[in-house]
Design a protein around this ligand. Structure first.
Ligand code: ADP
Ligand code: MG
Length: 498
């Protein structure tokens, strides 16, 4: 079904978008939330199980202390109040990937409540997102539908279920309804998600890879006429799993809802999903606030008591937060806002920091990671981290350049061999015999030959027309397999011409 959409600019002129994000962050603990089943991404299906993760009769949950500490650290980073007493509750519903028929979550007594996150937008504007709660819960397993299009259940002839993920600890961060974002709502939603990703990575509590499902968000969007103070009816697009898709979901929903409202229609309160292939959201299950999960305190788990002492201990372990770190590094490296933004967008902050630690200048490190190496990563369709080049390698190449052992061209060739996995820069230089030739006699001979081969060029140079100088330098470079020091060559040529 092709839905009517209003132009984005018109939609946000007439209506005020309101949104709320429910972000699930999968924690990188070694074991599950309530049992010692080992967690590993990509393991064979149904190999990371215990009776608890299968909900077998008589099995009892035991809370994972590390998961609680991770949750508190995230709560602190989000400026939340950490509850002295929090409680796990059963959220009852049936789904084949959840063998217990209830999810263990937190309901009216979450561990983290009432926080906020200051999110920096591309142009440097800071927007405060208020956070309702960040509670602890366990994940469901994974269904794989076979035979339908795109792995969806529609049209599938059978489904497989893998319980490895069942019981993996999650934190669900729920924002308050964000009302004052205006036409920048999609951008703010994307920036918020990136900020959450950066924080959980800094805290080292999640791998935070959206493409592996470590982070996913339910995107709630509604519109209201400008000036209205009541909230409109929202749609909830489930499990959006990339930053771009979050922004696009928001834009699409704003345009779709505006078209319906302006035609006098009503928004259906429903769950939807983002379809990457059609770049649109499609309707799912109609959902009302009256959905009754029959929450009740899980009688198998005592209340969670968190002392102030314990919070203080965790506070003392908190690393520097990403925004503060970015600002500090910008100062140290002397980059302008634009340069810093490029670094962040390229996901190169850590790599550049490590390269500088390994001895390179910030400018040198940036030049490689955002230039040659970004191109290589793009070509191979992998991340910078996944390249076969380490910060130490980059620092080594930079050192070889500054020592005068490599010129730019040789440095690039060396780097290419490092990318191909041939070894460290020093090994490659040694193996291929890369060395800038600045030894005068060798260069002199190469220049003599170049002069002999290009008498017409020499005539021009002698008459003061310096344009064809490149021909001579090129010939010398060729004769020395790119290893000549261009400055030294120019000097010899000039001396000879005199
Ligand atoms: P549920 O758990 O049923 O999805 P919640 O009340 O927890 O419902 O809300 C989920 C998210 O939707 C929260 O982030 C909340 O801020 C947001 N939200 C609630 N009402 C609206 C609305 N009318 N428009 C946009 N977002 C909303
Ligand atoms: Mg929800």
């Amino acid at each position: 079904m092709v839905e009517k959409l209003m132009k984005y600019a018109d939609a946000v002129k007439q209506y005020e978008p309101v949104f709320g994000l429910e972000t699930h962050v999968e924690l990188s603990t070694n074991t599950k939330l309530f049992c010692p089943a080992h967690i590993e991404f990509g393991g064979d299906p149904n190999t990371q199980l215990t009776p608890v993760s299968l909900g077998l009769p008589g099995s009892l949950p035991v809370l994972n202390e590390a998961a609680v500490d991770y949750a508190i650290k995230l709560g602190l980073a989000l400026h939340c109040e950490i509850a002295e007493w929090s409680q796990f509750a059963r959220k009852n519903y049936f789904y084949p990937d959840m063998p217990r028929d209830y999810q263990i979550s937190q309901y009216d007594k979450p561990t983290n409540g009432n926080g906020y996150l200051d999110v920096e937008l591309e142009d440097g504007t800071v927007f405060r997102v208020d956070i309702e709660r960040a509670h602890i819960e366990d994940d469901a397993g994974k269904n794989t539908h076979i035979g339908g299009a795109d792995g969806r259940i529609e049209g599938a002839d059978h489904s497989l279920v893998d319980y490895n993920r069942a019981g993996v600890p999650l934190i669900e961060i729920v924002t308050k309804p964000i009302t004052n974002a205006g036409d920048r709502a999609p951008e703010i939603a994307g920036a918020y998600m990136r900020a959450i990703r950066d924080i959980v990575r800094a805290l080292n509590i999640s791998h935070a890879r959206m493409e592996q499902g470590n982070m996913r968000a339910d995107v709630n969007v509604s519109l209201r006429p400008k000036g209205s103070t009541e909230l409109g009816t929202r749609s909830e697009t489930k499990n959006v799993n990339s930053f771009r898709a979050i922004e696009k979901t928001m834009q699409y929903e704003i345009r779709r809802q505006a078209a319906i409202l302006s035609a006098g229609g009503e928004i259906l309160q429903e769950t939807r999903h983002w379809d990457e292939s059609t770049q649109s959201t499609a309707g799912g299950r109609v959902k009302s606030d009256a959905d009754d999960y029959r929450y009740f305190p899980d009688p198998d788990l005592v209340m969670l008591h968190i002392t102030q002492d314990h919070i203080e201990r965790l506070k003392a372990q908190m690393p520097e937060m990403p925004r503060e770190r970015k600002n500090r590094l910008q100062q140290e490296w002397q980059f302008n806002d634009l340069e810093m933004r490029d670094i962040i967008n390229a996901d190169a902050l850590d790599l550049i920091e490590d390269t500088v630690k390994a001895g390179a200048t910030a400018a040198g490190a940036k030049k490689w990671w955002l230039g040659e190496l970004s191109r290589a990563a793009n070509n191979q369709e992998i991340t910078l981290e996944e390249l076969r080049v380490t910060p130490t390698d980059v620092a080594q190449v930079e050192k070889l350049i500054s020592d005068g052992a490599l010129n730019d061209k040789l440095a690039k060739q060396t780097m290419n061999f490092v990318l191909e996995g041939e070894g460290t820069p020093e090994e490659i230089v040694e193996k291929h015999g890369f060395k800038v030739v600045s030894d005068d006699s060798a260069l002199l001979q190469a220049v003599d030959e170049a002069f002999a081969q290009n008498p017409d060029v020499v005539e021009k140079l002698k008459s003061g027309n310096m344009k064809p100088m490149g021909v001579i330098i090129g010939a010398v470079m060729k004769a020395t397999r790119g290893q000549a020091d261009a400055k030294a060559v120019t000097k010899i040529v000039m001396d000879k011409l005199k």
